[in-house]
Design a protein. Structure first.
Length: 353
């Protein structure tokens, strides 16, 4: 059965650490916790929780789900500015900690099993789970985390240098502990920002250039590995049966498809027609015109394609025309007013909404 849904965006807020469930061997001057949480709020899922409320922990594993992507791709490196990265590459990388859909202001253990936060708010130490493994079986260590930070800010997409600008340095304490020192304690969101960092394998990139586009399959650490690569046309991800973190709270009952695949289409028009023909399984529609006019077909009327809206009260982006005032013709306010008057908004609203 196929399903059309609307997507939504969740915005992060500034954070404090929730100092509960203190762990042993906490360093002097630090407070230890299993979580990073907003406003010192208690996490929804305390230590000992069996599974997330919205998952079925014993859900069967199997099947294939197919998505559509538009355009093309020529790289399997989503971290650099060069090239166009394949859709779905985030499936192969784990971050230090993870959020849940029903507790978006808390980060739970993933690669890092716990954290130590400086009482002055100027640093944080992540304690890595000793069982954390890369897809090739090698252990994830503090060296990987330090390597990731400096590689991203020095060789990655420039957005990383900006995003991590308030971090002064990252340093290894021992094989399973890594410390991030902040330039000040004014950016209270920094612990969350650091915890969301996707970690890269140092040993892999010691043998492969990081800052080059490539279609060679990289080594990851998460629930899926890259499967078949048909450059520019399709890509698939296959379930990692030996995933080290499959029984952690944030993962139990998730990652139930044996394979996730993306087929590429030239544009949205072709993509919509492919959905109608059954070429893929699910589409998140955000174009009002297509939503109102493209799906008045027998497959929807007969229930073979399910068209549904998921209401929410979260902030979302907007769809609009933005005039570039650096262009001389748009720098004239009278021209902008004329274009505004020429746009028949009432007709558009009645036809597309």
């Amino acid at each position: 059965m196929k399903r059309l849904v609307y997507t939504f965006i969740v915005f992060s807020l500034a954070i404090n650490l929730y100092n509960i469930n203190a762990i042993a061997s906490c360093l002097d001057g630090y407070v230890c916790s299993k979580y990073i949480s907003l406003f010192n709020a208690a996490p929804k899922y305390p230590v000992g929780s069996k599974n997330l409320d919205y998952v079925k922990p014993d859900a069967p594993k199997g099947g294939v789900i197919k998505y559509a992507a538009t355009g093309t791709y020529d790289s399997l490196n989503p971290f650099i500015l060069k090239g166009v990265s394949a859709a779905g590459m985030s499936y192969i990388y784990d971050s230090l900690m993870a959020s849940t859909l029903d507790d978006i202001f808390t980060r739970y253990p993933l690669i890092a099993e716990s954290v130590m936060t400086a009482k002055d708010g100027k640093s944080i130490i992540f304690v890595i789970n000793k069982n954390a493994k890369w897809h090739d079986g090698k252990s994830i260590t503090a060296d990987d985390v330090v390597f990731t930070f400096y590689t991203l800010i020095e060789k990655g997409n420039p957005v990383y240098a900006s995003y991590y600008a308030d971090i002064e340095k990252a340093e290894k304490i021992d094989d399973l502990k890594v410390k991030f020192t902040f330039k000040n304690n004014e950016n209270r969101e920094l612990p969350i920002i650091v915890s969301e960092m996707s970690i890269l394998p140092k040993h892999y990139y010691e043998k492969h250039k990081f800052d080059k586009t490539t279609l060679k399959k990289p080594v990851g650490s998460s629930a899926y590995k890259i499967g078949k690569v048909d450059a520019g046309r399709s890509i698939s991800y296959v379930l990692n049966e030996d995933y080290w973190a499959k029984d952690l709270l944030v993962n139990k009952g998730r990652f139930n498809f044996k394979e996730i695949s993306y087929d590429y289409y030239r544009d949205d028009t072709v993509s919509v027609e492919a959905l109608k023909s059954g070429s893929y399984d699910i589409r998140a529609e955000n174009i009002a015109r297509i939503w109102q006019t493209a799906y008045n077909i027998d497959a929807v009327k007969q229930g073979r394609i399910v068209k549904s809206e998921i209401p929410h009260d979260l902030p979302t982006g907007m769809q609009c025309f933005v005039m570039n005032m650096r262009k001389e013709k748009f720098n004239d306010i009278n021209v902008r007013k004329a274009l505004e008057l020429a746009f028949d908004f009432e007709w558009s609203r009645s036809e597309e909404h």
